[in-house]
Design a protein around this ligand. Sequence first.
Ligand code: FES
Ligand code: FES
Length: 184
Amino acid sequence: MTRVSVTVDGVAYSDDVEPRLLLVQYLRERLGKIGTVIGCDTSNCGSCTVLMDGKSVKSCSVLTVQAEGAAVTTVEGLAAADGTLHPIQQAFHDKHALQCGFCTPGMMLAACDLLRENPNPSDEEVREGIEGNLCRCTGYQNIVAAVQAAGAAMSAQTATDAQASAGDPPAALIPAPNAVEASA
Ligand code: FES
Ligand code: FES
């Protein structure tokens, strides 16, 4: 047994594991993160994709001990604490990019990694970015549209946030309530 410490969806875990235990097995069987799916036994389908320190990995191809010290994000960690969907989840919903949903968790996490590097991908770039993820249902067209819509939504949000913080007066110029009271 080997001790492994890993953060999954924002929660720190420390467990003794067999050195041969795959990350996907750890996530599903130990932590109950069954949103991470096993879709093949050949490392081809991408259903098991998670983010490890922001990079997408196929968790059926990673040993749990290799995740030592890493921050792992599964599909169950994408939504905000109040239940607000992540833009990629919202876009998959809006664009009808999922049917059976078997491939969807991995597809969304692969897309997160792609959009982190390229927030405005072309059709071809999306197809290249998710080429390690197979879908048997949708024909990919709606998935490509969803990834692009999520990229646009995330870029718009980033621009809004930047504008809001640029418009804020410097903290030093905001009178502290106590200071106002003291001068009254
Ligand atoms: S379960 Fe198919 S690639 Fe991991
Ligand atoms: S929605 Fe069915 S495999 Fe992707």
